[in-house]
Design a protein around this ligand. Structure first.
Ligand code: SF4
Length: 192
């Protein structure tokens, strides 16, 4: 399986018909940390956009990476951040119509590419943002459903072989206190 879908991927007809373009994962190919979000938003899918840039959620993630020393930038609004030690991606790579949630079938379709990214990057820590990413990671890494919704799981970790799974609330919906917890747990995992 290729690391990225080609520009013509139509595995999800509704997403392929709606998308501006396919938004690929990016970052440091030697990353210890892989952050998995849900789906690119409209702004991330602009012609020169990248995952986790262009909107408030993206800026919150970039700010977190700057605080963790995983970005060479000082401004979380930079559109093409230079990252170190981290790879950013999503469970689906096309922006859904009206920013709706991806369907289980769409997540399953695009998981082929996510698994290829995991295999190529070999992260030690997989941090999921939101319920859809958590559900994918639990299924893929632990072969089970998440034991609760992501608000209850926020900041908790599980071991899957030599990979640590960390579940986090999506930054679009996270409180400042939850972002602080995310930073603290990631700092400790990445120091280990
Ligand atoms: S979400 Fe993924 S699998 Fe579905 S059409 Fe887009 S690139 Fe293809």
């Amino acid at each position: 399986m290729p690391l990225f879908p080609d520009g013509e991927c139509t595995r999800c007809p509704a997403l392929a018909a709606n998308r501006q373009r396919i938004v690929r994962g990016y970052g440091d190919p030697q990353a210890r940390l892989m952050i998995v979000g849900e789906a690119p938003g409209y702004l991330e899918a602009r012609p020169d956009g990248r995952a986790f840039t262009g909107d408030r959620s993206g800026r919150r993630v970039q700010k977190l990476l700057i605080a963790l020393g995983m970005s060479e930038e000082t401004d979380p609004a930079v559109e093409t951040p230079r990252l170190r030690g981290v790879w950013l991606t999503n469970v689906v790579r096309c922006n859904p119509p009206g920013n709706r949630n991806p369907t289980p079938a769409e997540v399953a379709n695009c998981a082929l590419f996510l698994c290829a990214e995991m295999e190529a990057i070999k992260p030690k820590v997989v941090a999921t943002l939101g319920n859809f990413a958590a559900r994918w990671a639990f299924g893929e890494l632990l072969g089970q459903e998440p034991p609760a919704g992501v608000r209850a799981l926020h900041g908790q970790t599980w071991r899957a072989g030599d990979v640590t799974l960390l579940c986090l609330v999506h930054p679009a919906r996270a409180s400042n206190a939850q972002i602080a917890v995310a930073e603290q747990v990631l700092r400790s995992l990445l120091a280990g």
